[in-house]
Design a protein around this ligand. Structure first.
Ligand code: 6R9
Length: 647
């Protein structure tokens, strides 16, 4: 497949914070002298006691450990709020757009947010929450969620946000694992016009969590919910009595900031732990440079705060940079598929950061929903969460961004705290589908299966060979698991779990999780590559590919395909798609099975749940495992009922 190169637009090259020369110079410095580089860059943070130590890290078993700026002290909420008050206290910190466009939006200034955070921090203290205590947050996308996060950071409590779409069981597991005694929630959440019974879910979860003493309940819809006397308190009533003055706690750089649970390939979800100093530096520097952020610009990251993207790029990164950050409660396609672009027009959004899965869903509805909106304020687009197939990239670029806006395709993970491999809009010529080059201080390497490093162009397992400030520090309660999971596959390297190709220009192309790699007749193939080919066909909206046992080839290719809304899948299309993939990639990529499906099983964060598709591909459907985190479990029933007859 030929690849197009999109050079940096002239205006960007001239005006950006980082141009190509500066990228090269700063990147080289960050690798040659990480101590010096990060000593300087960390000055972006207001330290209470300046650090003298910078980088104390080792990925090796003998002296394993990760610490950054360890003798410095700071408070993240002071960096996100107090430091802006003198100069930009009246600037808008959070622009909140509700689920229903008929409901009024909210504008919260830095000064108002500061007062809200202080009040809520005082409430937490009044409830006995202090340094190091865990606070579970199960809230919808409302400003109070950001208030709660910042209030925890202010008093040194560790927040653990559980996505408000998770089931009571999933919530209970996360509460118990980190032993939190307080839960913050709302009566109900609103998404796409539907109500989510959050308080009822909490009540159900707490039947399994005897340690929880306090539940603070925000009124979002005003629904009549059960309140347990002595345990449950009303957010607004309780906060009203609190003082808007709460001095920030002096935290050590390595004091824990938050826990965020994430699923791996095995076992129960891991509590990824991030600490204060390094994370602050990483979230703020990446937000500033990746989005070329300048104070005054309206910036929108469409992720939920239940995921790491919401932590780093809805709340912490933007607020540390004094940004106006949009918080959106709704979904892309309700009341109609213009919703995103209407919000862009309403607020004059200049930077929009979203997920490929949403883009593919919107693309499927046709261009008209986009082109009927103005979008004239947009200057930069971003993508995160999964590989963006070139087809969706081109659509994003052409239709949404009118060929005016660079696209930053940012590769990173919950574990990395912030972006790791990413274009910088004023520096990096773009190739659709490539996350391009490493951010400052990031040392990626590709290894083959026995750990030998691949030099130059090639394909392998993506590892990061040295620490960066935003790296996770441990798995909550299980440091051994942290070491085992990430540093033993290839001794002395951080293993990402992703496969990756590096091209002749040194650009990185994430090919998907290593466990998604299939081997057909001895050829290693990224499932993403085949999916990308399928999605490039005019009739296809979305595709997911898994391996299936095959007598002769070892593994065959099983493709799940969702067609565009106006296409009726039939036998002729099946044959056409097989020919299409042969043509796009080559005969080795010929799908053995194509199953048409009206929808693919997705987690609520929009990731396709490949584990289930793999089991269907392997014809091992008696135990599909936990499907409770699916956005719509009925999708699986449909897939099972419509499996093609295999020869
Ligand atoms: C930020 C986030 C991490 C996994 C990661 C990779 C995939 C994320 C990507 C991407 C290709 C990108 N991923 N961004 N793959 N291109 N730009 O999504 O964190 O939820 O922990 O997921 O997502 O496979 O390993 P998380």
């Amino acid at each position: 497949m030929g690849e197009t190169l999109y050079p940096v637009p002239a205006a960007w090259a001239a005006d950006a914070l980082i141009d190509e020369a500066r990228y090269r110079e700063m990147y080289a410095r960050s690798i040659e002298d990480p101590e010096g580089f990060w000593r300087e860059q960390a000055q972006r943070i207001d330290w209470i006691r300046p650090f003298t130590r910078v980088k104390e890290t080792s990925f090796h078993e003998a002296d394993f450990g990760i610490a950054w700026f360890a003798d410095g002290t700071l408070n993240l909420s002071a960096n996100a709020l107090d430091r802006h008050l003198a100069e930009r206290g009246e600037a808008i910190a959070i622009l909140w757009e509700p689920d229903d466009p008929a409901e009024p939006h909210r504008e919260i200034s830095y000064r108002a947010l500061h007062a809200d955070v202080c009040r809520f921090a005082n409430l937490l203290k009044a409830k006995g929450v202090g340094r190091g205590d865990r606070v579970t947050i199960y809230l919808p996308m409302v400003p109070e969620a950001a208030v709660a996060m910042l209030a925890c950071a202010r008093i040194g409590a560790i927040h653990s946000i559980v996505f408000a779409g998770f089931s009571p069981d999933a919530l209970a597991g996360r509460i118990v694992d980190c032993d939190s005694r307080i839960v913050l929630t709302a009566d109900e959440g609103l998404r796409g016009g539907k109500r989510v019974r959050l308080k009822a879910n909490v009540d159900e979860a707490l039947a399994q969590c005897p340690g929880v003493e306090t539940v603070i309940v925000l009124r979002r819809t005003g629904a009549d919910v059960a309140m347990q006397p002595g345990r449950d308190i009303d957010w607004h009533d309780a906060v009203a009595a609190q003082s808007p003055d709460c001095p920030p706690e002096e935290m050590s750089a390595e004091d824990p900031l938050f826990i965020l649970y994430t699923s791996g390939s095995t076992g129960k979800p891991k509590g990824v732990l991030h600490t204060t100093g390094g994370y602050s530096v990483w979230a703020s520097i990446t937000h500033q440079y990746v989005f070329d952020y300048r104070p005054g610009q309206v910036y929108w990251c469409a992720a939920d705060i239940g995921w790491v993207t919401g932590h780093s790029y809805v709340v912490y990164g933007p607020l540390m940079n004094g940004a106006t950050t949009v918080m959106f409660e709704g979904v892309p396609n309700w009341p109609d598929p213009s919703r995103f672009w209407q919000v862009v027009d309403k607020f004059g959004v200049e930077i929009f950061y979203g997920a490929p899965t949403a883009l593919r869903a919107l693309m499927r509805e046709g261009d008209d929903w986009v082109t009927r909106t103005s979008r004239s304020t947009l200057r930069l687009l971003g993508s995160v969460g999964e590989p963006i197939n070139p087809e969706a990239w081109e659509w994003y670029h052409k239709v949404v961004g009118e060929e005016r806006c660079p696209i930053v395709d940012t590769w990173w993970q919950t574990e990395t705290g912030g972006t790791m491999i990413t274009p910088l809009p004023g520096a990096t010529a773009l190739k659709p589908g490539s996350a391009t080059r490493p951010f400052f201080g990031v040392r990626p390497a590709l290894l083959d299966n026995d750990g030998t490093e691949i030099e130059g162009a090639g394909n392998g397992c993506l590892v990061i060979t040295d620490s960066w400030p935003g790296q996770m520090r441990t798995v909550w309660g299980d440091h051994e698991r942290f070491f085992q999971t990430y540093f033993t596959t290839f001794a002395g390297q951080y293993f990402t779990g992703d496969g990756c190709r590096r091209d002749e220009d040194g650009y990185y192309w994430i090919t998907g999780r290593i466990d998604d790699v299939i081997n057909v007749s001895g050829h290693r193939m990224g499932t993403a590559e085949i999916e990308s080919a399928l999605v490039a066909h005019v009739s296809v909206a979305e595709a997911a590919v898994v391996g299936m046992p095959h007598d002769i080839k070892g593994q065959g290719i099983y493709a799940f395909v969702t067609t565009n809304a106006d296409v009726e899948p039939d036998e002729a299309l099946r044959r056409e798609l097989i020919q299409w993939v042969r043509h796009e990639i080559g005969p080795i990529a010929t799908p053995d099975v194509i199953q048409f499906a009206p929808a693919l099983p997705k987690t609520r964060s929009g990731k396709i749940m490949r584990r289930i598709l793999r089991k269907i591909g392997e014809n091992d459907v008696s135990n599909l495992g936990d499907t409770s985190t699916l956005a719509d479990p009925s999708v699986v029933d449909h897939l099972l009922a419509n499996r093609p007859q295999l020869a």
